[in-house]
Design a protein around this ligand. Structure first.
Ligand code: GDG
Length: 456
């Protein structure tokens, strides 16, 4: 019998539909990978309910026990909007925006981590594996260890761990390291994140050892590199679906049947480099006026964290840029950039992937970037072209992509230009390698890889 797995994450994998008064599954790779594991082990998922004015009792959804955490509005704002999104998110993404350090948001971060740990301690037994997810809950492993909870404690960081020179600016760096080092296994998306963490733990917390194994306070902590994947087969099937292909053809027709369709899909986040890719497109059209009307660029920007000032600023910047480029190069009914500020249903998103000859993924820093993997799954046959930032975790696995430094506008422009005319043989050679990597390292592979050392 497998040990029970208790996942502890900021959000539950279900969403409360207040009109229908029922819980709906939130779609996504993490949920589909963990559902069978949790179901088979009769496991539980501990997470914030997403609703602040109602308290929910634990309930079962699709065979999994859901343990809702209740947070007040003020608590959630200070913890999530304040410390998670105002401090940790920018700091861990190379301080692309200045992180804010405030005692009045740190305290709620500790408080909310404590609420998660206490609730987990109530549901977990000594035999269970407790698997804590992401930067919102870095103090939970230590709190669980002190409460003597669980058989083994794992932690997975979905975003990058920054270089020690940056991390050391965090006034509460010792507490965060000590929190994480309460785990038995800490897993990262990339080798660079793992070595950054090991260095920080040695230099700032007095841990000893290598990048894969640390000794700390008389215990051994394993550090793992486990790049997250997607449900590759499911995406490939969806991409080949007749409805998807027909919709993709319709999208191309609606765009005026351009020679080349270029696509970007991101949460509207300053880490994703949306502005830099638009500047590269602008430079391309300046240099190659013959491409005007032949290349259509679609940017899907999913609204995100609109209660954070920096996100409002980046949205305005991007929208101004889109207006500038369309004003300079567009004709009536034929803008070079088609900008959608909304979230699309997954079937529609798949049709956009399928319609795109070139996918532009240009984050300034990204833990992994699943969009790049989804595009490969959907567009490996016939082969599309993936232009990918060196600073996405995915770049460590995707040597066959067209790798770029997004800060280098000239380099990005040249790569984009090449992507529009790359020959068929090279395109399929590169895509074959990318698809192999996505298929062999899917989200089920990832979940098993993370959980295996926790079972032992
Ligand atoms: C964090 C890390 C890491 C996007 N637009 C629509 C839509 N999406 C879906 C994509 C994809 C997901 O959102 C975005 O995932 P990413 O990995 O690209 O980025 P983050 O949201 O920043 O995720 C990241 C990830 O965690 C997992 O560990 O890879 O580095 O930052 O799955 O498909 N989905 C739908 N409509 C949209 O319009 N349905």
């Amino acid at each position: 019998m497998d040990r029970r797995v208790i996942v502890v994450a900021n959000r539950l994998p279900v969403k409360w539909d207040s009109a229908a008064t029922r819980w709906e599954t939130s779609p996504g790779g993490l949920v589909s990978a963990l559902t069978p594991i949790l179901r088979a082990s009769e496991g539980s998922w501990v997470g914030w309910s997403g609703v602040s004015d109602e308290e929910f009792e634990p309930f079962e959804h699709e065979g999994i026990e859901q343990v809702p955490i209740h947070l007040s509005d003020d608590q959630y704002r200070a913890f999530y909007v304040g410390f998670c999104n105002g401090t940790l998110w920018p700091l861990y993404h190379d301080a692309i925006r200045p992180p804010e350090f405030h005692r009045h948001t740190w305290r709620p971060y500790v408080e909310v981590n404590r609420i998660f740990a206490d609730r987990t301690a109530e549901v977990a037994t000594d035999d269970d594996i407790v698997w804590v997810q992401d930067y919102q809950l870095q103090l939970v492993p230590r709190m669980l260890r002190e409460a003597d909870v669980g058989h083994r404690i794992g932690f997975y960081l979905h975003i990058p761990f920054p270089p020690v020179e940056l991390f050391s600016t965090l006034p509460w760096r010792a507490q965060v390291l000590n929190g994480l080092l309460g785990s038995d296994v800490i897993a990262f998306q990339s080798r660079s994140s793992r070595s950054n963490f090991a260095r920080a733990a040695r230099r700032l917390a007095g841990a000893e050892g290598s990048s894969s194994r640390l000794e700390y306070q008389g215990r051994t902590i394993e550090l793992q590199v486990s790049p997250i994947g997607i449900d590759a087969e499911a995406f490939a099937l969806l991409g080949n679906d007749r409805a998807t292909r027909e919709r993709a053809a319709q999208i191309r027709a609606d765009l005026g049947d351009p020679e080349v369709v270029v696509l970007g899909v991101d949460r509207l986040d300053y880490t994703k480099g949306i502005d830099l890719r638009i500047k590269a497109l602008e430079t391309l059209l300046e240099r190659r006026p013959d491409l005007v009307g032949k290349v259509a660029f679609v940017q899907v920007a999913v609204p995100s964290r609109e209660d954070v000032e920096q996100y409002r600023i980046i949205r305005e910047d991007i929208e101004r840029l889109v207006g500038r480029v369309n004003g300079s190069f567009g004709e009536v009914g034929r803008p070079p950039i088609h900008y959608l500020h909304r979230s699309l249903p997954i079937e529609e998103l798949a049709a956009y992937y399928r319609a795109a000859d070139v996918m532009l993924v240009t984050p300034l820093r990204d833990g992994m970037n699943l969009v790049a993997k989804e595009y490969v799954a959907i567009h490996h046959r016939p082969p599309g072209v993936l232009v990918l930032s060196e600073f996405a975790g995915a770049a460590e696995q995707f040597g066959a992509a067209l790798l770029v430094n997004p800060y280098d506008t000239d380099g990005l422009t040249s790569m984009l230009e090449w992507a529009t005319r790359i020959d068929a043989e090279e395109r399929s050679r590169r895509m074959r390698r990318l698809w192999r990597s996505v298929r062999d390292h899917d989200v089920f592979w990832w979940a098993e890889r993370c959980l295996a050392p926790l079972r032992g």
